[in-house]
Design a protein around this ligand. Structure first.
Ligand code: PA5
Length: 541
């Protein structure tokens, strides 16, 4: 799971003295030891009630130990029954960590954090006789996860498989999901520590159960975290979490609102996606925060040429252009970034444990599901260009726009200074994977820091920042036609309708906040995407 020692290296630049002064202040204030001791007063009186029920993650390397034997026992039982395919249904903090753990360990885990009917159908098409589904939801109310549970339960039954014996639940005590699991007699319920929030839950049952069932070495993760915990609790200038937090805090105080994350050969697969959620959802609120920009590699646009408004962070060995480099084994890095993000929250003056703006998009999606044919700007396309419909929200669309390329030009011309572009694809992240190539292409041509997110996955991650953080984003949504939809048993909507409502709902909320939104709807996914790529290439760099 990674061999190197936990470390944060900071290349000295103009900010070195500010960051050093901040580290000294954090050491004087004994922030590291107080955080390790779970002091909820570190973020001020307003954050204290939430912080007092959110800090148990600092000791998970000890408190999660008893889980190891429980997970191993269940894994052995399942193996003995010939069940060796693990599907995980969970959003945000309930799936990002196990996905990184399994990808890094090289063990297969099918992650469902999508409402794309095609992607879910592909997961259903695997061998159900060998499948167990882990349904993970802290709140036990997340609509995507609940839909997956319903769909799989019914699919097992249709195949003549005892569905209850194939469903394992991870949730908080007393949640609606815990209740449902009890009533339905699901195979096993792992109750997680309720005093750990979703994005800090990598080393709770949320990270360890699916990863352990899939075959990853979860004991090694806790060992590495235990090693890191000793270092991270020290009030000293060498504490890597204090150094990372201070570097980010110092950069933010002089205008660096973005953190560009590039993997430079860490040996850890997908760590940036996990860190993206931690940073964005923890800091992006009250009109401030740090926007993580995950790029393909250290040569990608946005990293090597990061301007004054962005701090490059290499995950893995240092590169020439990196200003900050974090290295270490995965279990240690989880804890390092959690400490650093919590401390950065203190420096930014926000509560790193809430997500006040996530609910707005959920509410708008619910309203659209209740009334699927609203009147208003989302109903008729502004332009139809071959296989692509163009929908504009906001007043950036100029007269005379007749094509996707025209729309992109008008849209990008509306970019505010130091703004950013978020590309949000509500598509199948396996079959439509090439959509993510739009990030680098648009970054190169627009000169803007550009993020890429799969919807609705990003709604549980950067979605908080987009609505709550610095209000200088512009949003390019890509949606696509659904060829074969899936019913959600017991619900009055299909998965495709839910996916559409999530895209339109979030678009509406962003537009209400006066952010420019451009939606490109692919009437045919393949032809539509090719058309969009061509249009992007027509936009001059
Ligand atoms: O960090 C968070 O709190 C969120 O990203 C959640 O993890 C995500 O929304 C999923 O929530 P739940 O686990 O309640 O289904």
């Amino acid at each position: 799971m990674g061999v190197s020692e936990l470390d944060v290296a900071i290349v000295h630049d103009g900010l070195a003295s500010d960051a050093v002064a901040l580290v000294d202040r954090l050491v004087d204030e004994r922030v590291a030891s107080q955080l390790a001791a779970q002091d909820p007063t570190l973020w001020g009186p307003a954050a204290q009630p939430e912080a007092s029920i959110r800090l148990s993650w600092t000791t998970l390397h000890e408190t999660s130990r008893p889980l190891l034997a429980e997970v191993e026992a269940l894994a052995a039982e399942l193996r003995a029954e010939g069940i060796d395919r693990v599907v995980l249904a969970g959003m945000g903090g309930s799936s990002l960590a196990p996905e990184v753990i399994c990808a890094t360990a090289g063990v297969p885990l099918v992650v469902l954090d999508t409402t794309d009917p095609g992607q879910v159908a592909d997961a259903l098409a695997g061998d159900l006789r060998r499948t167990v589904i882990v349904v993970s939801s802290k709140s036990g109310t997340t609509v995507e996860t609940d839909s997956h549970r319903r769909i799989f339960e019914s699919a097992f039954a249709q195949d003549g498989i005892d569905a209850a014996s194939r469903i394992v639940v991870v949730t908080d005590p007393g949640s609606p999901l815990a209740e449902t699991a009890g009533e339905a007699g699901y195979r096993k319920v792992f109750l997680a520590d309720p005093n750990v929030g979703g994005r800090y839950s990598a080393l709770t049952a949320f990270g360890l159960v699916p990863a352990g069932l899939a075959g990853a070495d979860i004991a090694a993760l806790l060992d590495d975290a235990a090693e890191a915990a000793r270092v991270l609790a020290v009030d000293g200038a060498d504490n890597p979490a204090l150094r990372l937090a201070a570097a980010l805090g110092a950069a933010h105080s002089v205008g660096a609102e973005k953190v560009v994350l590039a993997d430079t050969g860490s040996g850890i697969t997908g760590f940036a996606d996990w860190a993206e959620q931690l940073i964005a959802e923890s800091t992006g609120k009250e009109g401030t925060g740090l926007l993580p920009v995950v790029v393909e590699n250290a040569d990608a646009p946005g990293f090597a040429d990061a301007g004054e408004d962005a701090t490059p962070v290499a995950l893995g060995p240092a590169t020439g252009s990196a200003r900050i480099t974090t290295t270490g084994p995965l279990g240690g890095l989880f804890l390092l970034w959690e400490y650093a993000t919590a401390v950065a929250g203190r420096l930014l003056g926000i509560n790193p444990f809430d997500q006040p703006d996530v609910e707005a998009a959920k509410k708008a999606a619910r309203a659209l599901l209740d009334n699927p044919s609203p009147t208003g700007p989302t109903t008729a396309p502004n332009v139809v260009d071959g296989p692509v419909e163009v929908y504009a929200s906001g007043n950036w669309m100029s007269a005379g726009v007749a094509s996707v390329a025209d729309a992109l030009r008008a849209f990008l011309a509306a970019a505010p200074e130091h703004g950013y572009l978020a590309v949000q694809a509500y598509l199948d992240r396996i079959d439509d994977a090439s959509t993510s190539l739009l990030r680098a292409e648009l970054a190169r041509r627009s000169g803007l820091q550009t993020t890429f997110g799969w919807g609705p996955r990003f709604l549980h991650s950067t979605g908080q920042y987009h609505k709550g953080g610095h209000q200088n984003g512009m949003f390019l949504q890509v949606t696509g036609a659904v060829v074969e939809d899936l019913d959600v048993p017991g619900r009055p909507y299909t998965l495709g309708e839910l996916q559409r409502a999530q895209a339109l709902g979030d678009g509406q909320v962003l537009a209400e906040r006066k952010r420019p939104v451009l939606r490109l709807h692919l009437l045919d996914r393949l032809a539509g995407l090719a058309h969009v790529v061509k249009a992007v290439q027509e936009v001059r760099g």
